[in-house]
Design a binder for this molecule. Structure first.
Ligand SMILES: [Mg+2]
Length: 386
């Protein structure tokens, strides 16, 4: 059983403007522009402006007609990013795992923290209070057993709201909702389902999984699960989705394997160094090769233990290259490290692969020289022609 919180700031840009300009408070605020621009749209508007029918993504000219007395602000992304950083840093301190979704939205995996609070409601209040204290702004928070439900809960509680959904409340919460409220349905999906008389989640739940899959394929399977509040997707910190890549195109096509190995050595050193400087480990090495005829292949190999040393990256990429066998001349070669993890995320039964101490020492020395003097001052012999 997981405890996932979804945090969504209330009309974020407009709220920052109201915070920075007390004279705007209580008035309709519309962020967007420039005014008079043929394609200008509303980026965000305050709840006071929404009362007049103003909405995000609406042409600014329409908003001016609906609410001429509003405060119109062009917007200041630099300032919004600054406030966002304060908020995200606050959240990162509260949650063991955080995934920032956008400038004003994040998922927190609070599993295991339940006993730090007197119930899930108090947890939500704690999150809201921390945001208010650090930024002066209000957020809406949904807490539920998974991301899908947590996001639905926060959206149903806006503004300045808190909605906690426990497992036993899921059915009664979901059934009356329109199918369009489910992830990945939208207007088009709603229309497709309406043809079968499916308007609400309750209607959707009446159809067996086999029928939905037969009719809608993968999407049907997803609908079946979401209609029952099932969602296993993990809260992924940014670095888990990241990868470190390096590639380059040769001046002329290369058939000599030794030249390719030297290129792999350079890329391995580059991505290895970036990985170590971020304090991360990788699990997968991917080799990308583009041939003279522009055909391209990418082959990945995951190792049983996470690693961060150049030698492992190099030898794994070379063994992928060897397994390719006969191939046409190569135009481009590159590599990528993914499946990133940090030391603290390793489970009880895992450990980082132990590179031989002298190799580890070599990586450290090269990293130190490179960070001080630039990347090509000292290199490994395998990067050189002779
Ligand atoms: Mg928001």
């Amino acid at each position: 059983m997981r405890t996932i919180a979804h945090v969504d700031m209330d009309c974020f840009f407009a709220a920052v403007e109201a915070y920075d300009h007390p004279e705007y408070r209580g008035r309709p605020i519309i962020v967007g522009g420039p005014r008079g621009g043929a394609r200008s749209v509303v980026s965000t508007c305050s709840y006071e402006a929404r009362k007049y029918g103003v909405r995000s993504a609406m042409p600014l000219a329409t908003a001016e007609r609906l609410c001429p007395h509003a405060v119109f602000v062009r917007g200041n992304m630099k300032r919004y990013a600054e406030v966002s950083e304060v908020i995200m840093n606050t959240l990162a301190k509260l949650a063991p795992v955080m995934e920032q979704v956008s400038i004003d939205e994040a998922f927190l995996d609070m599993s295991g923290c339940e006993r730090l609070y007197q119930g899930l409601h108090a947890m939500g209040e704690g999150i809201k209070r921390a945001i208010l204290d650090s930024s002066g702004l209000t957020a809406s928070v949904g807490i539920a057993p998974n991301k899908f439900l947590a996001k639905l809960a926060s959206s149903r509680s806006k503004p300045d709201g808190l909605l906690v959904l426990t497992e036993d409340q899921v059915d009664s919460f979901l059934e009356p909702l329109a199918v369009g409220d489910l992830w990945g349905v939208g207007e088009k999906g709603s229309q497709a389902l309406a043809r079968f008389g499916i308007a609400t989640v309750k209607d959707l739940r009446a159809w067996p999984q086999e029928w939905l899959v037969e009719r809608f394929g993968k999407w049907g399977a997803q609908l079946y699960r979401l209609a029952r509040g099932i969602d296993d997707s993990p809260v992924c910190p940014d670095w888990e989705r990241q990868s470190y890549a390096s590639e380059h195109t040769f001046d002329s096509d290369v058939a000599d394997l030794n030249v390719l190995r030297r290129a792999i050595a350079r890329h391995s050193a580059r991505v290895g160094r970036r990985l170590r400087s971020a304090g991360l480990l990788a699990r997968t090495v991917t080799l990308k090769v583009k041939f003279a005829d522009f055909k391209q292949i990418t082959r990945g190999r995951s190792l049983p233990e996470p690693f961060d040393d150049d030698d492992t990256v190099y030898s794994t990429a070379c063994s992928i290259l060897d397994d390719l066998g006969d191939m046409p001349p190569v135009r481009l070669i590159g590599g990528c490290l993914s499946g990133l993890t940090d030391q603290r995320q390793l489970s009880l039964f895992e450990s980082a692969s132990e590179a031989a101490p002298e190799r580890r020492k070599a990586d450290q020395v090269l990293d130190a020289i490179t960070s001080k003097h630039g990347s090509r001052l000292v290199v490994r012999g395998r990067e050189l022609e002779h």
